[in-house]
Design a protein around this ligand. Structure first.
Ligand SMILES: *[C@@H]1O[C@H](CO)[C@@H](O)[C@H](O)[C@H]1NC(C)=O
Ligand SMILES: *[C@@H]1O[C@H](CO)[C@@H](O)[C@H](O)[C@H]1NC(C)=O
Ligand SMILES: *[C@@H]1O[C@H](CO)[C@@H](O)[C@H](O)[C@H]1NC(C)=O
Ligand SMILES: *[C@@H]1O[C@H](CO)[C@@H](O)[C@H](O)[C@H]1NC(C)=O
Length: 317
């Protein structure tokens, strides 16, 4: 090789190397560069309670918990969606071979928010269109349906391809071993799914058992000051090694009955970032007890109050 050719080769190699090393546009993970290096279990989200139960807040419809649609919730910055499922067969509630899971409030006759498949499709469409975002879905299994029915819905909608499976599956991933947001995004597994009862990670590896990974404070609260941060579920569970979810959702009693309905008028103060009964006040109580902030704070009518200020405070950003 003639010296000039060698020089040329070296020069072009150097150029190639330096262009590879040139920092590309700063990556964002769920909207922030610093979340890319934080592990999943160390980031906190405001979660929408009963995300697919949508209707009017004013006048308050007691059957619903949100006034913005699921895509509007995601567009606004919500990254944790909670939703109840019930089984419907030919319009009647019953488990059976022709049954399908629906997003229903206690009973599909009270409020039917559409099928689980359409809910998953809605979320998947949003996640597909937002490649640097991770979304967590908590589903409840009110009719104790076999987890394979959830798996079928995930398979049919293509959501299975986006759903995160722990490297340790079916064994538990320890709280400190979760991937970072950057790793989740790079892997393409950007939907993390939990089910409150009936998960079986041998059968459906991406439907994770909620109470293996989280504990929850009590739901159906009627104390507007939220003056507790008690571990309610799993029964007799330990907070150690678990992430946690705070039910910061205020209900009120219908006079002369024992029926509880959401107290939507109060959501402006319930969902405030600071002050008596606010998200910030309950978080402070929780942090004092557990030595770390909650991973999830569930709210009704997330667009009332100041939930994203509260979320930034939870994350120290
Ligand atoms: C979902 O699809 C995968 C891959 O085809 C298959 O292995 C699995 O059994 C299916 N799960 C359910 C619950 O249908
Ligand atoms: C989970 O599913 C596997 C495989 O189908 C089965 O062998 C096991 O018994 C199930 N576990 C529970 C607790 O149902
Ligand atoms: C907080 O609000 C409750 C009613 O919602 C009230 O009874 C209580 O006195 C208030 N506490 C403080 C410190 O303002
Ligand atoms: C994340 O880690 C910081 C620093 O240790 C801690 O203060 C915070 O409570 C943790 N957040 C969660 C959700 O565990």
């Amino acid at each position: 090789m003639r010296p000039s050719t060698l020089l040329l080769t070296l020069t072009s190699t150097t150029l190639t190397t330096s262009s590879l090393l040139r920092p590309r546009q700063q990556q964002l993970c769920n909207g922030r560069a610093d979340f890319c290096n934080r592990i999943y279990s160390n980031v906190s989200w405001i979660g929408t309670h009963n995300a697919p139960f949508i209707g009017t807040a004013d006048p308050p419809d007691p059957r619903v918990n949100q006034e913005k649609t699921v895509p509007e919730q995601l567009d606004a910055g919500i990254r944790f969606l909670q939703g109840q499922t019930q089984i419907l067969i030919n319009g009647a509630e019953d488990a059976g071979p022709l049954s399908e899971l629906y997003m229903c409030h206690t009973d599909c006759a009270i409020y039917n928010g559409g099928s689980l498949r359409s809910y998953l499709t809605t979320v998947k469409n949003w996640v597909d269109a937002h490649p640097d975002e991770v979304v967590t879905m908590l589903l409840t299994n009110g009719d104790n349906v076999d987890v394979s029915e959830f798996g079928d819905a995930f398979n049919d909608t293509g959501m299975d391809a986006l759903a995160f499976v722990p490297a340790t599956s079916p064994a538990m991933l320890q709280i400190g071993d979760w991937p970072t947001y950057g790793e989740l995004i790079a892997s393409g597994k950007r939907v993390v799914v939990f089910l409150d009862y009936g998960a079986n990670e041998t059968k459906v590896p991406y439907v994770l058992d909620e109470f293996t990974y989280y504990f929850e404070t009590p739901f159906s609260q009627t104390d507007p000051t939220f003056s507790q941060c008690r571990l309610d579920r799993p029964p007799n569970g330990s907070p150690d090694g678990r992430m946690y979810l705070v039910n910061h959702v205020l209900d009120k009693q219908v006079p002369l009955t024992d029926i509880l309905i959401p107290d939507h008028e109060a959501d402006f103060t319930t969902n405030a970032a600071t002050g008596n009964g606010s998200i910030g006040a309950q978080v402070e109580l929780c942090e004092g007890i557990y030595g770390r902030v909650p991973n999830v704070v569930l709210v009704d009518m997330f667009d009332r109050g100041d939930v994203f200020t509260a979320q930034d405070a939870l994350n120290g950003v």
